[in-house]
Ligand binder design. Structure first.
Ligand SMILES: [Zn+2]
Length: 211
């Protein structure tokens, strides 16, 4: 399993490559380039979220606890400062504690969400999150996230076997992260069901009148 720093570098490089490519192609501007790179970095870190004490898990939950309440305050027009402060506090506490515990209780490290359907769920979810954004930016962000997530799975796949293992043609220990099914049928069905739902949402968002 590759280390956190390796994944951070892999995801950021993937995001940079895609961002620069989109910038040169004219589909994103200079400011939007940062968003595209960030999506790649997030993609590189997200698969290890299910590792309860991993640095990415702690980092991303801390980031979510800061970013989501801020986004809520931006989206919801609130009458006064007291209400805004209260909403912010409740949102921070909810994300930092019950949500994180629930997530950790429901996931197994390197389970079905550390796999190809996991990649699909992350990318489709990210694409759906900003319906009002300009389509070329949404596509670039989704592509960068996919590339970052893919870089994570590839790094884990490669580092699961040492050079010596390869040389001696030893079989790999454990399963490749490029798996399509998880250890339990329930988690596999849940992941594929969620992915199908997200794809359906994208299709209905893209073609409200039907394709
Ligand atoms: Zn991993």
């Amino acid at each position: 399993m590759a280390a956190y720093r390796t994944h951070l570098a892999g995801g950021t490089l993937a995001g940079l490559a895609l961002g620069i490519n989109s910038f040169i192609g004219g589909s994103v501007g200079a400011l939007q380039l940062a968003l595209v790179v960030l999506a790649g970095t997030a993609g590189g870190l997200v698969p290890d979220l299910d590792h309860d004490s991993s640095l990415p898990s702690r980092f991303l939950f801390t980031l979510a606890a800061a970013a989501i309440p801020a986004l809520l305050l931006y989206l919801l027009p609130l009458p006064g400062l007291t209400q805004a402060a209260l909403l912010w506090l409740v949102a921070v506490l909810l994300i930092r504690f019950p949500l994180q515990w629930l997530f950790q209780a429901c996931t197994v490290h390197r389970g079905i969400f550390h796999s190809l359907p996991g990649l699909g769920i992350f990318v489709a979810g990210l694409y759906l999150l900003f319906p009002e954004t300009q389509p070329s930016l949404r596509v670039a962000v989704a592509q960068s996230a996919a590339l970052g997530y893919g870089s994570h799975l590839l790094l884990d796949h490669v580092s699961a076997r040492s050079f010596e293992d390869r040389l001696l043609r030893r079989p790999r220990r454990g399963r490749s992260p490029f798996k399509l099914v998880g250890a339990s049928p329930t988690s596999t069905m849940l992941a594929w069901g969620l992915l199908a739902l997200l794809v359906l949402l994208i299709v209905t968002q893209q073609w409200p009148e039907g394709p």
